[in-house]
Design a protein. Structure first.
Length: 96
C-alpha cells in the first residue's frame, strides 16, 4: 500500500506541544492585529488547523504585506525566492 503524504506528514516533533503547553492556546493570541510592514515570526500552533501554513515555513521570519479575510499575507524568503503565505494570527508572533 502506498504511504499517505498529507500536509502534516513527517512532522511529529515539529507540530507537537510540550507538556505544559498542551490544549488550546489563549484567545488573546488570535485577537492580536498586525500592521503592514511589520516583521513577524511564523510559529505554527498545532492545536489550530485553520489558517496554518505548511510545516516547511515553521520558524521563518517575514513581513506582513496585507490582509486576506481574517488572515495576513506574509512575504518570506527561502533561499533566493520570495514566497507569499496566507497565515492567520494564531500562527504569528511579533519578531524582535
Amino acid at each position: 500500500m502506498k504511504r499517505s503524504r498529507g500536509l502534516r506528514s513527517a512532522s511529529r516533533k515539529k507540530l507537537s506541544k510540550s507538556i505544559r503547553d498542551k490544549g488550546l492556546s489563549p484567545i488573546t493570541r488570535s485577537l492580536i492585529s498586525y500592521n503592514e510592514g511589520e516583521k513577524v515570526s511564523i510559529v505554527i500552533d498545532p492545536s489550530i488547523q485553520k489558517g496554518q501554513p505548511h510545516s516547511r515555513f515553521h520558524g521563518l521570519t517575514g513581513e506582513v504585506i496585507g490582509t486576506q479575510g481574517q488572515a495576513y499575507l506574509v512575504k518570506t524568503r527561502i533561499g533566493k525566492m520570495y514566497k507569499e503565505l496566507i497565515v492567520r494570527s494564531e500562527h504569528l508572533r511579533k519578531a524582535n
